[in-house]
Design a protein around this ligand. Sequence first.
Ligand code: BTN
Length: 261
Amino acid sequence: MKPVANKINLSMDLKVLQHTVLHFKTIDSTNRFLLDAEDLLNGTVVLADDQTAGRGRFNRTWQSFPETALLFSILLNNLSIQKMPAVYTFLAAVGVYRGLRDSSPSGINLSLKWPNDVLLNGKKVCGILAQSKITAGRYEKLVIGIGLNVNQKRQFFVNDLERATSLAAESGFEWNRIGILNNVLAAIDYLLNVLRESGERPIIRTWQDACGSIGQEIAIDDGKEIYRGIFDSLSEDGGMRLRTKSGQKLFYAGDVTVLKE
Ligand code: BTN
């Protein structure tokens, strides 16, 4: 049987995103749903309380516990996605960063980690997975999937989740998930409009401003080798410039560890 969606209406003014969020109790993956769906409008948002086959980077699974996280995806299927696709990951990370900051008036220790994580107190609180469907050499659609850990208890983060956390595990109290969703979507909508009107540069600049590891000594594992150096800056197309002893190198994927702060 096909899962049935409820609807959540967003009351704020939106320029790119749709006002109606499709809300599933359980679904295999919100990214999968949007990659497979046809005839949905640009800017459609799908939210799930739980996923049975949540996907992370490098084909990893993305684990969840019902009604504790924000698991959602955004569909972009208009021409603007012909711009550098990596910029959408940076855009979503900045949107989560700003939305969380707006949700916590007493302050919160957030930073961004290349290429697609948001950290809280140095631990991963959110991961982003952008997936695309390409037809005849053109991006037919891009789906930005966001997994934001909100109310999971600290005990959830064991074994391979040891370097992750949730807002509740760090703060000691529960957060309003839909309130956060509203703030994050408002921030992402604003940034999508900035991208449309002013291009990639302001997005890359704001990402760099919030990144915790630019200028730091890091190690990057590109799947074949581990390189060490200073994270210099982002290139125009979202690559990571690393200053190593043997000169500058450019990376487009990899796992980063900060060595010295
Ligand atoms: C990462 O590995 O850091 C990226 C994780 C992305 C997880 C989200 S949860 C909502 C959306 N649906 C999925 O199946 N994955 C993304």
